[in-house]
Design a protein around this ligand. Sequence first.
Ligand code: ADP
Ligand code: MG
Length: 252
Amino acid sequence: MGKVIAVAGKGGTGKTTTACLVTRYLTKTKYSPILAVDADPNSNLGETMGIVIEKTVGDIRENFMKDPQGLPPGMDKINYLELLMNQVLIERKEFDLLVMGRQEGTGCYCMVNNILNRFSEQLSKNYKYLVVDNEAGMEHLSRRTSGQVDMLLMVTDYSLRGLRALKRIHDMLGSLKLHIQSMGIIVTRAPETLNDAFMKEVEEIGIPILGIVPDDALLLDYDMEQKSLMDLPEEASSVMAIKTMMDKIMPV
Ligand SMILES: Nc1ncnc2c1ncn2[C@@H]1O[C@H](COP(=O)(O)OP(=O)(O)O)[C@@H](O)[C@H]1O
Ligand SMILES: [Mg+2]
């Protein structure tokens, strides 16, 4: 299985932006092939990458459950679901993207989930790196994959409230079935020097700060103009900050 870089943190702090810029960094280096996974039910990773999403894994699950016996002739459930999953996988020259979409409703989804999980596990073997954009909690990740996370990037904005939310997520990690190799904090919209009160709480949490991303006005411009963050200039302050961080943490 490829190495998993997962992004977690409170909503609105810059998780999706980070996932996108980390994917972008990997495409520019020797770390391909790469699979970006949007595991936030409120999916918008594709949007930041300039990709229009038509179907998600959740859509497949829902459609399949409406008529579980309605299989095309000569196909069993496993073959059929795998065929559908292949249609959801978006393939680009530099990376692929899989959007998980909404979670299951009520009812028994075990069988279909098992098949989809098995497919995801198989799929992840085809990549060197997986970048996973998560919902605020990490429940998704522990349910859907082997639970292996090689690098967990915990994103917070430059506020004590953000940091405390991050601490709550950190405290909860132990109760999830995850195997996390290493983790670090990314502070977004941050000034050059972080103030003492902020640093004191960081020390109490006990996780190192890996990256500091300044407030980058270009991110807002690109959002408003619906431009892909993959097309940001190399000199954009957010792109450079993620590069500095990744250069430090990636194996050479
Ligand atoms: N470093 C930054 N500088 C300026 N704006 C940012 C920065 N990081 C994120 N944003 C903006 O904040 C908003 C939320 O970011 P997003 O990555 O979608 O957060 P999340 O995925 O955690 O909800 C977006 O409009 C994004 O452009
Ligand atoms: Mg997001």
